[in-house]
Design a binder for this molecule. Structure first.
Ligand code: ARG
Length: 458
């Protein structure tokens, strides 16, 4: 195909070089943004008297026709075109003749591509934020249902203190809430218009950048034209937010995988979100959770790829920057897919409360409470800690647990023990006494749920 930029050179590039240079394979997904952006550009050119109102109307009409035809599947995007911008302009000129050639006045593909990416990402960010809200709704719903379901809390993957499954879920709610905030924040810097920066230096035409920006829903314009065409910070910020989110989803997935194992058997995923083995008939594998954990690596990779691409680039546009899109699109697609599978997986997972309780009942998870009991009777914490440790050692030696040790034995370690100690080390009591803000008691978990609900209010 004849190059639109043929002029200084004849534009007869090598076929392999053409394929290498072309970005249409991946940037065609921005056809809607490209066309809408061009419509606003035509309107601005007319408002400023750079083209006539009639010409603008013809251009906008032509562009609308192309958009409708692509949407309806009547116009196929030509994969031999250099990129989506060239394709649309070529098609427009084929349809309208010379008027079509006026569209590219007072702009460049450099500001055009930056505009398209920002418009695309703004929309995807909104979609991801809606998915995060949905996920949070499911998490708080389930947390309320399991506010009294006791399980072991772990440190070093060793049983540490009793918590509730509701409390566990709310820990993830807090992480996702921060993720939501990160996306909202990066969206602010994405929603800034680069159009009108032109190739790098601005333009001699009397354009109105703010009019065009406003028409496209931007809240600001890039204040320096060199920066406007060179900046991909918003992509990096978005992918950082994606990476942190994926890290959270991956940790949660890891726990889901662990808790679904026979060894733990705390939860069971619904059949819809598990797979079987082709050879071992007994298997029910948490493939979806494993894939979320696995795909986290590729999202980190997407971020690293663009950071590395940008680090040595001189101002302003360099073709290296065409590499921004594949990693960005991959991060968008991956995050959306992971959220789409995680939310219903959590909503349908069943919880085996008896197994959680049983696991919490062994392992001396109430030893801290035993020490706190003695502290309540006036003993210094360090001394109480030591006595509790000795009692645990005794239980291990005799193959018993703190709840079953007779009062006489307790009293040989300290006169402060009386039969009220058994109530103090009861798991239910251990949990519900942890009323400090953010703690695991029913009351405290309810307050956490209320907090997230408040934050989710529009
Ligand atoms: N396909 C290019 C990209 O994705 C569009 C910008 C091309 N600009 C240029 N001066 N060659 O970055």
């Amino acid at each position: 195909m004849a190059k639109m930029w043929a002029g200084r050179t004849a534009g007869n590039t090598d076929q392999v070089a053409d394929d290498f240079n072309s970005s249409i394979r991946f940037d065609s997904r921005m056809y809607k943004q490209d066309i809408t952006g061009s419509m606003a550009h035509a309107a601005m050119l007319a408002k400023q008297g750079i083209i006539t109102e009639d010409e603008a109307a013809t251009l906008i009409d032509g562009l609308a026709g192309i958009l409708a035809d692509i949407d309806a599947g009547k116009l196929e995007i030509d994969m031999t075109a250099e990129d989506i911008h060239m394709f649309v302009e070529q098609e427009l000129t084929a349809r309208l003749g010379d008027v079509g050639k006026k569209l590219h006045t007072a702009r460049s593909r450099n500001d055009q591509v930056a505009l398209d990416v920002r418009m695309y990402l703004r929309e995807e960010t909104d979609g991801i934020m809606a998915q995060l809200r949905e996920l949070l709704e499911v998490i708080i719903d389930r947390a309320a249902a399991f506010e009294g379901t006791i399980m072991p809390g772990y440190t070093h993957l060793q049983r540490a203190q009793p918590i509730t499954f509701g409390h566990w879920l709310m820990a993830y709610a807090m992480m996702i809430l921060r993720d939501l905030d990160r996306f909202a924040d990066t969206r602010k810097r994405t929603n800034v218009s680069p159009i009108g920066c032109c190739a790098l230096a601005g333009t001699t035409y009397n354009t109105d950048r703010r009019f065009e920006a406003q028409r496209l829903g931007f809240s600001e314009i890039c204040r320096n034209s060199l920066d406007g065409v060179s900046d991909r910070d918003f992509c990096l910020e978005f992918m950082s937010a994606c990476s942190i989110l994926m890290m959270h989803l991956s940790r949660m997935s890891e726990e889901i995988i662990l808790y679904s194992s026979w060894e733990f058997a705390f939860i069971e995923l619904s059949d819809a979100y598990t797979t079987g083995s082709s050879i071992m008939p007994q298997k029910k594998n948490s493939d979806m959770a494993e894939l979320i954990r696995g795909k986290t690596g590729r999202v980190y990779g997407d971020l690293m790829a663009l950071l590395t691409t940008l680090k040595g680039l001189p101002l302003a546009y360099n073709k290296d920057m065409q590499e921004d899109k594949e990693s960005l699109f991959d991060a968008v697609d991956t995050v959306k897919m992971c959220l789409a599978v995680l939310t219903p997986m959590l909503a349908t997972m069943s919880v085996k409360a008896e197994n959680m309780k049983k696991a919490a009942s062994g392992g001396f998870i109430n030893a801290t409470d035993l020490a706190d009991y003695l502290v309540g009777k006036g003993m210094p914490f360090r001394t109480a800690y030591k006595i509790s440790g000795q009692l645990v050692a005794l239980c291990i030696k005799e193959g018993t647990v703190l709840e079953k040790l007779p009062l006489e034995t307790y009293r040989t370690y300290s006169e402060l023990f009386d039969k009220s100690l058994y109530d103090a080390i009861d798991l239910e009591a251990c949990v519900n006494r942890r009323i400090s803000e953010g703690g695991t008691s029913r009351e405290s978990v309810r307050a956490q749920i209320a907090y997230v609900k408040e934050k989710l209010k529009p």
